[in-house]
Design a protein around this ligand. Structure first.
Ligand code: HEC
Length: 458
């Protein structure tokens, strides 16, 4: 993708000048943790709905599967309520941290996005109907009952698709101008691989959950599932986790391979490789469990659970890292626009207060400080963010501001630990000159500048 062209065509909104309730790094940690708790129950709900219907169909031929299907459907109603309630937290965090991106995506997929609410209501009502008619719609009515379950599965499958389309669309501001509603948003990025990855994760997690739920000592197995034995029930669900995790070994790399490259950093790659290693370990343990006899199966459950938690944490963090790095440049552009707007606004207020009218304040141009917003996402004064610090830049260019301009127009590749810097040629020489002077001023050792001149954070 041509960075320069896509940046010129990309809509850049102005941020709301409201302070965040917490510092953004803490908010990001809270977002990731709350999201993982939420998605845990979403996975159990999705996996439960799907497995319950599949088991019910198998139950037409093998009676014990029908009982299992019913007991699974009992877990779904609780898990779906938790999924929805626990969705509020991450939704609030994401709308604070990525306000412009999240709401832009919501607005672009308007009807689909708002239809999440009626769809959730319908899905829940159908799920309850399915559960409560289980022992009524039997015999000749059984097929009708199964059809109801299949209907619920389809509604349930549509909701995460809408969410995913939004969360995905917000990552690609350069695609916003072409979006014509929900269906066209499905063409952006890699929605479908991510969706199947999510479905498989749901099956894997639900298998593991149900192996523990029905396999635990306290579960009244003889009463609830007469004729079933604890070991074989555990084995059924372990198998589901096992095969779904194997499928992830195909879907995972597919997601990674179809990810638009913009946000893939070395750190992300290392993190994901770590996730794959954990998944392989998990598979080995699951295999051991499946192969052990009825009296031993379940011994490694806690370890498997722990590995699964690590895996989910790794993937959740990776997801956030990808989002951060793919939005970095666009966030910097928004910050620049916001700073410029504010300075124009302040100047206009002053002119108005002085009785001078709005005058030409609106035409006042950018300053080195306001333009630095383009760079601030990656370059800090003494900290190494996604790029060398300004101290280091000062060391290289203190006698050569022209060198900064040349580099910003056509950045090279010097340091292997960073992803390459995008070109800022579109800012033009005059603006780059102002940024270069400003950077040298900020990067100079404290003794050489008035420290009061150093902005803390933009
Ligand atoms: C998206 C992140 C990002 C943004 C935004 C960014 N840079 Fe960079 N910059 C980098 C990275 C990464 C490097 C190091 C590249 C390397 O060494 O391979 C770098 C290096 C530099 C260097 C040092 C070059 C050298 O010779 O070692 C200068 C100067 C620089 N950037 C200026 C700017 C200016 C000016 C802006 C804003 C107009 C800016 N950067 C915006 C990521 C960024």
């Amino acid at each position: 993708m041509n960075t320069l062209l896509s940046l010129i065509k990309t809509p850049v909104p102005r941020d709301l000048s409201l302070p965040l309730p917490l510092n953004p790094d803490d908010l990001a940690i809270i977002l990731v943790v709350l999201f993982l708790v939420h998605i845990f129950f979403v996975n159990l709900m999705m996996g439960g709905v799907i497995l319950s219907v599949i088991f019910e169909i198998v139950g037409k031929y093998r009676k014990e599967y029908d009982q299992l299907a019913y007991r699974i459907s009992e877990t779904v109603t609780a898990n779906k309520s938790l999924a929805v309630v626990l969705g509020v937290g991450p939704l609030l965090c994401i709308s604070l941290l990525y306000t412009m991106h999240f709401y832009a995506a919501n607005a672009l997929t308007g009807y689909a996005w708002i239809s999440v609410i009626p769809l959730v209501i319908i899905a829940f009502l159908v799920t309850y109907l399915h559960k409560y008619t289980w022992h009524k719609w039997t015999g000749p009515d059984k097929n009708r009952h199964i059809a109801l379950g299949v209907g619920a599965v389809f509604v349930f499958m549509g909701i995460p698709m809408i969410f995913l389309a939004n969360i995905n669309l917000m990552l690609f501001p350069d695609k916003w101008p072409e979006i014509q509603g929900f269906f066209s948003s499905l063409e952006v990025g890699n929605v479908f691989p991510r969706y199947f990855h999510f479905l498989m994760a749901s099956l894997a997690l639900t298998g593991l959950f149900l192996a523990g739920w029905f396999g635990r000592k306290k579960y009244a197995l003889e009463k609830n599932l007469p004729g079933c034995n604890r070991g074989s029930v555990r084995r059924i669900f372990y198998r589901i986790t096992f095969y779904a995790t194997i499928a992830q070994l195909a879907f995972g790399p597919l997601v990674f391979a179809t990810l638009p490259i913009g946000g893939v950093t070395t750190d992300l790659f290392i993190l994901i490789s770590l996730g794959v290693a954990v998944a392989l370990l998990l598979l080995a343990l699951l295999r051991l469990e499946i192969r052990s006899g009825d009296e031993h199966i379940g011994r490694h459950y806690a370890w498997i659970g722990l590995l699964f938690t690590v895996l989910v944490l790794v993937m959740g963090t990776g997801r956030h890292m990808y989002r951060e790095s793919s939005l970095m440049t666009h966030k910097a552009l928004i910050a620049d626009k916001t700073v410029r707007f504010k300075s124009v606004e302040a100047a206009t207020q002053m002119r108005l207060a002085a009785g001078l009218g709005t005058g030409d304040a609106l035409a006042s141009g950018p300053t080195g400080k306001s333009l630095f917003a383009n760079c601030a996402a990656c370059h800090a004064v003494d900290k190494v963010l996604a790029a060398p610090s300004l101290r280091e830049v000062y060391g290289i260019y203190k006698d050569n501001p022209q060198g900064i301009i040349a580099w910003a127009k056509e950045p090279g590749k010097k340091r292997p630990e960073f992803t390459p810097m995008p070109s800022f040629a579109h800012l033009g020489d005059e603006n780059l000159q102002m940024v270069a002077d400003y950077i040298l001023q900020l990067g100079a050792p404290a003794a050489e500048t008035e420290s009061s001149d150093t902005p803390a954070k933009l």
